[in-house]
Design a protein around this ligand. Structure first.
Ligand code: ADP
Length: 471
């Protein structure tokens, strides 16, 4: 009995240290907006890098021609071809090819990685059907979505600042990325030009904006997490004299690296961070994204098993980092069978812990709930932080003058993408609930989260079109 109490104690302690009251979330909102300011003021002014993208025009539907995209940034890479008719269409005709990245290529050499990608791309290009509209003197153009922090020199070139999400190819850091891909394409005999080098969140924003011009920001919550938004160039203090015809530029926040003392952090998070290949880095990402949620839950279960014998006999599986993937915690969390059969199955088959009593299975569901709810609510606070920075949170701070009640809140769309949001219903529900709590219902009803599908790739193709060298 005492041991059961100890396990319940672990849960209680977890609940307390993961607490995200609306007051706490508002502090995170403010911290996000403050850090955005700081990151725009100077390079290195904040943990938020607030990277310039040189994307100053977002697609609006008038784009025309056949374009390619390559999307590299997570567990898979995607190649895509899209045909644009010059008028906005709700369904974009396209072909996709998707492939997992072999684990060894994520930590090998850059040549090996890019040769592998260029080969797949070439195969895909050669499978294209109707090429009648491609004139012979015209190179095919590619939007390259590269979802790691990049210091951009132009819309089509940039150097890698650092790897995230389990990638670690040391010789790539500091090198120009589009050039690496173009070299590999040349080695493979593929004549194609990188017209736009973009972050996945920027691709999502481009696709969102193509469909709905009220789209002002994009958020990715998949294996990792990031966000970008449309900023006024005169607010980008660190690049004085930056001129764009639109007066705006997309800023890639690299929000995965956001940190604030207001973020609720547990011992498990601290351990996870210390054991990670990038300690003290990507702190927000480690609280929020799909790569990590499962492992936070696993660490809590490990702790519970140390406090009691209810998980005995303990298999060595439980001590293996990342063995409990986030889709598994989603499956346990969303198990609605009365006996929690799915939880039993996952504990048995994935962690090799047999015969966990029902009341313990219930406890584990609760652990999944606490960890996921915290992630979703913090993501919501991050989104409101962006809205606050651009004066779309209804507080009237920037529009000024009028009181909250008579201020007309403009329709505001945030493009959303990523498996954690689209695949995990409870995560999505908690995120929406927190948005409403933070903003209040009156304002929240004007904020629309719209899922973009394959936007990171599709948007890159659209940006290749809007930045084509064949006007
Ligand atoms: P990536 O971010 O790797 O490019 P996705 O956006 O599809 O690709 O996100 C995949 C990630 O989303 C997975 O690593 C996993 O963590 C999470 N995920 C996918 N499906 C689910 C699900 N059904 N429940 C919970 N998490 C999921």
């Amino acid at each position: 009995r005492r041991k059961w109490r100890r396990v319940v104690g672990v849960l209680k302690e977890l609940e307390q240290s993961c607490e995200t009251t609306v007051g706490r979330l508002r502090q995170v909102v403010d911290a996000m907006a403050v850090e955005m300011h700081a990151g725009l003021a100077s390079d290195g002014g904040s943990k938020l890098k607030m990277l310039l993208t040189f994307v100053d025009k977002l697609p609006n539907g008038s784009e025309k021609g056949t374009y390619y995209a390559l999307d590299l940034g997570g567990t898979n890479f995607r190649v895509l071809r899209v045909k644009l008719e010059g008028t906005r269409s709700s369904t974009l005709e396209h072909d996709v090819y998707r492939q997992a990245i072999p684990q060894d290529l994520m930590t090998g050499s850059s040549e090996d990685l890019f040769d592998f990608i260029a080969s797949s791309l070439k195969e895909f290009v050669e499978r294209e059907g109707d090429i009648s509209e491609l004139s012979l003197d015209r190179r095919r153009e590619l939007g390259f979505t590269f979802s790691f922090p990049v210091k951009q020199m132009s819309v089509s070139s940039g150097t890698l600042l650092k790897w995230t999400k389990g990638f670690s190819i040391e010789d790539m850091v500091g090198r120009e990325i589009a050039g690496c891909l173009e070299n590999a394409m040349t080695r493979k005999g593929l004549n194609m030009r990188v017209a736009a080098l973009v972050n996945d969140s920027v691709g999502s924003l481009a696709l969102g904006h193509y469909h709905d011009t009220d789209t002002v920001a994009a958020v990715i919550i998949g294996t990792g997490t990031n966000a970008c938004y449309l900023e006024r160039t005169d607010a980008i203090i660190k690049s004085q004299g930056l001129l764009t015809t639109s007066g705006g530029m997309v800023v890639n926040m690299e929000w995965g690296n956001f940190w604030s003392s207001h973020l609720p952090r547990t011992l498990y998070d601290i351990e996870l961070d210390a054991d990670s290949p990038n300690p003290n880095d990507q702190g927000f990402e480690k609280l929020i994204s799909g790569m990590y949620l499962g492992d936070v839950v696993r660490r809590v279960i490990v702790r519970m098993s140390q406090e009691s014998d209810i998980f005995d006999p303990i298999s060595s599986k439980l001590s293996m980092p990342f063995i409990l993937r986030t889709p598994l915690i989603a499956a346990m969390h969303e198990d609605d069978s009365p006996d929690l059969e799915e939880v039993r199955r996952i504990l048995r088959d994935n962690l090799e812990i047999p015969d966990v009593p029902l009341k313990v299975r219930k406890l584990i569901v609760k652990v999944c709930d606490v960890v996921t709810r915290r992630a979703a609510r913090l993501a919501a606070a991050g989104i409101v932080g962006i809205l606050k920075k651009i004066g779309r949170d209804g507080s009237g701070g920037i529009a000024g003058g009028r009181s909250r009640s008579d201020q007309k809140m403009r329709r505001t769309v945030v493009a959303m993408e990523g498996g954690l949001y689209t695949g995990y219903t409870m995560f999505r529900d908690y995120l929406h609930e927190a948005l409403t709590e933070i903003l209040g219902e009156d304002i929240a009803q004007h904020v629309i989260i719209k899922v973009t599908e394959d936007g990171s790739a599709m948007g890159a193709a659209l940006l290749a079109a809007s930045h084509s060298s064949y006007p």
